[in-house]
Design a binder for this molecule. Structure first.
Ligand code: TZP
Ligand code: MG
Length: 209
């Protein structure tokens, strides 16, 4: 299971409609054509959809992932996991606790963001399926992003957790993605370098690992 999950998290697009230059479903389709293996529905922040509109777009994106065998993960919003039949949920340090989520969803993939050693110490790492490590590089996409931690953070996590799937996030693009993988990450999670690309399919294709 772990090695399969590692493979499935290799090229991980994260986005919501607020990140897209054009139709989010088309954006996702283009990224899938380029070879993404996982998708996180992160409808959040300024201009994000809420309520029924959020659910409706989630259903369309979920269906698109289903058709192409791309992993579908929901960010934060526990209430969307069942209606969207998500494969998993990704949470940060300020979201619902991993213990509670595991209780409600014994069989779903749970991803947790960790940015420093204190967060690792305070988290039930043995209950999560993968770690999101970041922000690796500086990013303008997340308003409240923490200070960049660099690829050193991936190396530190890899040493401490030799077998746990780890995904780098934050400021990753085609130029620096390989350094994240070489530092021990199993995959890279990307928002703007993909959603803002002139040719989305080509950019995903240019992730050479
Ligand atoms: N978590 C840490 S950095 C980040 C998130 C959601 C934003 C990543 O966006 P980008 O555009 O790939 O830097
Ligand atoms: Mg969160």
């Amino acid at each position: 299971m772990t090695s399969t999950l590692k493979k499935r998290l290799r090229k991980y697009l994260v986005m919501g409609s607020q990140n897209c230059k054009s139709n989010p479903v088309n954006t996702l389709e283009s990224a899938i054509a380029g070879g993404i293996t996982a998708f996180q529905y992160r409808e959040k922040g300024e201009n994000a959809l809420t309520g029924d509109a959020k659910l409706h777009l989630g259903k369309q994106l979920r269906e698109t992932c289903h058709r192409h065998n791309v992993l579908f993960i929901v960010n934060d919003d526990i209430d969307l996991v069942r209606p969207l039949d998500a494969d998993g949920i990704h949470v940060g340090q300020d979201d619902k606790s991993v213990q509670e989520i595991r209780k409600s969803f014994p069989d779903k993939i749970i991803g947790l963001s960790v940015s420093n050693t204190r967060e690792v110490t305070n988290s039930p790492i043995n209950m999560v399926d993968y770690l999101g490590a970041g922000p690796i590089f500086s990013t303008n996409t997340k308003a409240d992003a923490k200070t960049p931690v660099g690829v050193e953070w991936v190396k530190t996590l890899r040493k401490e957790f030799p077998n746990l799937p780890i995904v780098g996030i934050g400021g990753i693009n085609t130029q620096n993605a390989t350094s994240v993988i070489q530092s021990g990450a199993d995959g890279v999670a990307i928002i703007s370098a993909i959603t803002q690309a002139l040719n989305i399919t080509e950019v995903v294709n240019d992730l050479k690992f």
